[in-house]
Write a protein that binds this ligand. Structure first.
Ligand code: SF4
Length: 482
């Protein structure tokens, strides 16, 4: 699975804030490592700096000093639609008359073709769904002006006109010269929260922050005010935040991506008022009840498999230990685009601790299995290091369906659990046994009602209409089958 993206924005009157946005993006780096960017307003002009690479390679002290302004928006990207190129790095900028706005998007729209058709756009005029939203909002400025009700054309009004047309997953941040805006789609697939910077000597009025995850608030010294609600648009300006509900009430129903709890979010994030690390630990405890095994040592696949491994060990009574060491200076393995490169990337990233695993019957806890490439490689490494048995335990349900909501998953044909039984998966991975956490177990571990989550990649039940290109692809796959 490829990551979602990260969005971070600050409005702090009288205070240059580019270094705060740098820190916020740095805290969200796990959500996207392909490109980073920042749009800063000095009250009149919006300036965008973006480039390919990590936050620390895109911004240095000199660049940050040159970005003067007290209103800014940042983005870290993992390409889920559109290629990973400089052109597609965000924030996206659009000029409107003498002014302009910038947009940062986390998620995937599911009705891109329909929107582009309806707007009369030729194929290729926009390179990604985020560009498309920017283009639609830019076009909506004059439309709003023609309503004739005396409303000035502005970002707020353009968004109110465009947002109801969008379907799918979109946690958006926007800035123009004087406003910071945060939007969550009606299902709230991706997280977005509102924070407050307390007044301090160099920023006597304090300020407001929007962020994909709460640790980005912590790092800049802001406190969580609340999560932006599904279907809500929050506009922050000199008067403080105002809340709007641009979507029809019938469309608003929370469906937070359940994999934010399993995998995507940082362990120190708080989602729905709950700490992610504690939920992951409970997933492991529950897994020990649902898929017990006789073994000598429980190890976790770093990093997100470790809390669940601790939980498994605590509940099963099997000792917990470290069996795999992670090289901290390498990105996540699925950055590698091809199968061969992925295999090499696993070797570069993980190495077994021979004395810990030799002769032992291991329980190896991981958060998910997608293609199985990484997992198969881990099992082989542990066996080569002398493990007597390798029992895989997965702290999420089998991943059987692709995601359309901002996570780049392989074609259904490449999803291991979509095509094989547990016995076949066990043989394919060369493990001694494989056990998954049930969806019910996952929901119970989080402690929130299951209806509040999207779990479509496990169930195939999508909260929004399935996009037309995928329906066509499913037809092709079915026709190709013998
Ligand atoms: S399909 Fe899966 S990965 Fe995608 S939003 Fe839903 S739960 Fe998350």
């Amino acid at each position: 699975m490829k990551e979602a993206c990260g969005v971070f924005g600050v409005f702090a009157p009288g205070f240059d804030i580019s270094h705060l946005v740098f820190d916020g993006l740095f805290a969200l780096q796990h959500r996207g490592q392909e490109s980073a960017g920042m749009a800063v307003s000095d009250g009149e002009t919006v300036t965008v700096v973006k480039d390919m690479g990590l936050v620390t390679s895109v911004f240095d002290a000199r660049t940050l000093l040159s970005l003067a302004g007290n209103l800014a928006l940042g983005h870290v990207r993992y390409a889920t639609t559109g290629p990973s190129t400089w052109q597609n790095a965000q924030p996206v900028f659009r000029s409107v008359g003498n002014a302009g706005f910038a947009l940062a998007h986390n998620g995937n729209l599911t009705n891109v073709e329909e929107l582009a058709d309806a707007a009369g756009m030729l194929p290729g005029i926009v390179a990604s769904d985020s560009e498309l939203v920017g283009e639609l909002v830019a076009r909506a400025f004059p439309l709003v002006d023609h309503v004739g009700d005396g409303v000035d054309p502005d970002l707020e009004q353009a968004l109110l006109a465009v947002l109801p047309q969008l379907e799918g997953a979109f946690a958006l941040g926007l800035v123009d010269a004087t406003h910071l805006v945060g939007v969550r789609d009606p299902n709230g697939f991706r997280p977005l929260c509102l924070g407050r910077l307390d007044p301090r000597p160099d920023a006597p009025d304090g300020g407001w922050v929007i962020a994909s995850e709460t640790p980005a608030l912590d790092i800049v010294g802001a406190h969580l005010v609340r999560e932006i609600e599904p279907g809500e648009m929050v506009v922050v300006d000199a008067g403080g935040p105002r809340s709007f509900r641009p979507f029809p009430e019938a469309r608003v129903e929370q469906k937070l991506c359940i994999f934010e709890f399993v995998y995507f979010a940082r362990p120190d994030s708080r989602l729905l008022g709950r700490e992610v690390h504690a939920a992951r630990r409970r997933m492991g405890e529950r897994l020990a009840l649902e898929a017990p095994v006789d073994a000598d040592l429980v190890i976790g696949v770093p990093d997100s498999g470790v809390p669940a491994a601790e939980g498994f060990a605590a509940r099963s009574g099997i000792p917990f230990g470290q069996g795999l060491v992670k090289n901290r200076y390498i990105g996540r393995t699925f950055i590698a685009p091809t199968h061969e490169a992925r295999v090499d990337a696993v070797r570069r990233k993980l190495n077994p601790l021979r004395e810990s695993v030799e002769g032992r019957r291991l329980v190896v806890v991981d958060d998910s299995i997608v293609r199985g490439t990484t997992t198969r490689q881990i099992v082989r490494m542990l066996r080569e290091a002398g493990a007597a048995e390798v029992h895989l335990r997965v702290s999420s349900p089998p991943f059987r369906w692709p995601c359309f909501y901002g996570i780049a998953t392989p074609d259904r044909g490449d999803l291991l659990a979509a095509n094989q039984s547990i016995d076949e998966i066990t043989r394919h991975l060369a493990a001694d046994s494989v056990g998954y956490l049930s969806l019910e177990g996952l929901v119970a571990s989080i402690g929130e009602p299951g209806e509040g989550f999207c779990s479509a990649c496990a169930t195939g039940i999508y909260p929004t209409p399935v996009p037309a290109p995928y329906l066509r692809r499913l037809g092709e796959l079915a026709a190709a089958r013998p």
